[in-house]
Ligand binder design. Structure first.
Ligand code: MG
Length: 220
């Protein structure tokens, strides 16, 4: 079963369901020419797509346009259904920075046909995460600054204050549909600047300058 590493004690946590939120930053919605959402756009990534820094990113054969999407990732620590926004943060135990890798060509084709996005979001190694830090290490989940560098060049920079649906709204929304369970992960959406990755690329992620992770794209 896929698991993540929760600092500071290197606790292994088995991962359950991986939720993703799409279109959660205005400038990213605009760069893909998508409609502004009036409620969070929810999708799933298979737990089997999860990797930590011990593995390389594998580009799937069915796509020629895998995009990086750097995102704040939440670890659910307490079960809950119909969680209120006021209570939402009591259900989050850890925070990480991650990549919601997306086969943009496949996603566009599926979207145009009105079909589910699963293939574009759920391939092998499509969910990459750093170690998780306890939520107590962060003063305000509404002000998290994060970055992605590719081969040393700054490609994406975001701040959770710019989320269309902030963390409490995301937790409330998902738990109004289905019970959130300990070990579930939530990818909270990407800021603008998404672009293609290529074999040999080195992707370096950081969050608030206290979390870092590096991933290499296999092949060259
Ligand atoms: Mg995303």
């Amino acid at each position: 079963m896929p698991s993540i590493n929760l600092l500071p004690d290197n606790t292994r946590v088995d991962v359950g369901t991986i939720y993703g939120i799409g279109r959660n930053y205005v400038r990213h919605v605009e760069e893909l020419n998508n409609e502004m959402p009036d409620e969070p756009v929810l999708f799933l990534k298979p737990a089997a797509s999860l990797i930590t820094q011990t593995r390389q990113i594998e580009l799937p054969a069915f796509s020629t346009d895998i995009h990086h999407e750097v995102e704040v990732v939440l670890l659910v620590g307490r079960e809950g259904r119909n969680i209120t926004k006021d209570d939402a943060l009591h259900h989050v135990t850890g925070v990480a920075v991650g990549l919601d890798l997306t086969a943009r060509d496949t996603q566009s084709a599926l979207r145009d046909k009105g079909l589910p996005w699963t293939t574009s979001k759920g391939f092998e190694t499509a969910a990459c995460v750093s170690d998780f830090l306890p939520i107590q290490r962060f003063r305000d989940l509404g002000k998290l600054h994060f970055r992605l560098r590719v081969n040393g060049e700054l490609r994406q920079e975001g701040d959770s204050s710019l989320m269309i649906f902030p963390v409490p709204a995301i937790i409330a929304h998902i738990s109004s549909i289905i019970t959130l369970q300990p070990g579930d992960l939530i990818f909270t959406g990407t800021p603008h600047g998404v672009a293609r990755i290529a074999p040999g690329d080195q992707l370096d992620l950081s969050l608030e300058d206290i979390l870092r992770a590096g991933f290499t794209v296999a092949g060259s």
